[in-house]
Design a protein around this ligand. Structure first.
Ligand code: SF4
Length: 329
């Protein structure tokens, strides 16, 4: 492969497996994730480069870091520059915590960190400074916290990526939670549909569909992520009756062109994935180079309103630390 990046022999060998049956195994993908040394670039030790072979092949590696997919997983030089931002502006490690890995910011929802790793580390991740020190929630503590708070009607299982856990562990949590009559929905917050679609085996989909109360929340950021594998997965999830909603992040150099974002939203709707939110990129240490101006977000919102019907048009919002709801731009 001719490539602007200096791919290691290991990377070339792994990426050449694309047509082999093992490529479709999510465990194989996890066992063969690529790291900074595979791309011949400097790593960022506190939040290392990790990408699934599948997601790496969505990128045009000849274009290097200018490619909108590669830009989401390659460590950039800007990450090493000092900035004035905190790694934790939302106080995730300090407040709103009910117990380790469990927190409540809104009256009707509770969030639990079910896992602290990801198959692909998104360079723009809001939790990039926290994942290494985060705690996993305890299921029994979570259930007790929900039962003690009758206003809670929805639980968000997040991380890290909860879907990196084995089926038995995912289903232990989901089945215990969907058995609670007070909960209307269990949201699985996962980027696996984008970076590891083979994680969604028939067995898992069938088991998750049983309760009728599981929702998937994911993060597509660019139309190039809507691969044939994703289109097939979206059909399987729709047929199983599992609703999928999407929360994009507005990222400079990736999707801050309104025509690109409109194409993504239309593609999501075509695949029955609801374009739900576009988040302004949070002011987190190390990701300033991804942030856009508020004016860019407002122009984006106006363009989408002018070009898309309501069902394909997400809300453009900011997640402000002390707000009681997402704030429209
Ligand atoms: S999948 Fe989510 S938690 Fe993991 S690195 Fe990406 S944005 Fe962060």
């Amino acid at each position: 492969m001719s490539c602007a990046l200096n791919l290691s022999p290991r990377a070339l060998e792994i990426l050449a497996c694309r047509e082999l049956p093992e490529w479709q195994s999510w465990q194989w993908q996890l066992a063969h994730t690529l790291s900074a040394s595979d791309f011949g670039i400097q790593d960022y030790p506190k939040f290392p480069l990790r990408v699934t072979p599948y997601y790496a092949t969505l990128a045009d590696l000849n274009a290097g870091a200018t490619d909108p997919i590669a830009r989401q997983f390659l460590v950039a030089q800007e990450e090493f520059l000092p900035d004035d931002f905190s790694p934790d502006p939302f106080g995730e490690t300090a407040h709103a915590a009910i117990a380790p890995g469990i927190k409540q910011r809104y009256p009707d929802r509770i969030l639990a960190m079910m896992n602290v790793t990801c198959s692909t580390y998104c360079r723009h991740c809001t939790r990039r400074g926290l994942l290494g020190q985060a705690c996993r929630a305890d299921l029994e503590t979570l259930i007790a916290a929900i039962q003690a708070r009758p206003t809670i009607r929805e639980v968000l299982l997040s991380g890290g990526d909860p879907l990196l856990l084995p089926d038995e562990e995912v289903l232990r949590w989901v089945n215990a939670l969907t058995a609670l009559p007070q909960l209307d929905a269990v949201r699985l917050c996962t980027r696996t549909p984008v970076v590891l679609p083979m994680r969604w085996t028939d067995t898992l989909i069938e088991a998750l569909a049983t309760s009728g109360r599981v929702w998937v929340q994911t993060q597509f950021n660019h139309p190039n992520e809507l691969s044939p594998e994703v289109q097939t997965l979206a059909t399987r999830l729709a047929r199983a009756g599992i609703p999928v909603s999407n929360q994009s992040v507005l990222l400079r150099g990736i999707n801050d062109d309104p025509a690109v974002m409109a194409k993504l939203c239309a593609g999501l709707q075509r695949n029955r994935i609801r374009p739900y939110y576009i988040f302004l990129c949070d002011p987190i240490a190390g990701i300033n180079h991804f942030r856009t101006s508020v004016q860019t977000a407002q122009d984006m919102r106006q363009y989408l309103l002018n070009h898309l019907g309501g069902l394909a048009c997400p809300r453009v919002v900011a997640d402000l630390p002390d707000a009681t709801h997402k704030t429209d731009v």
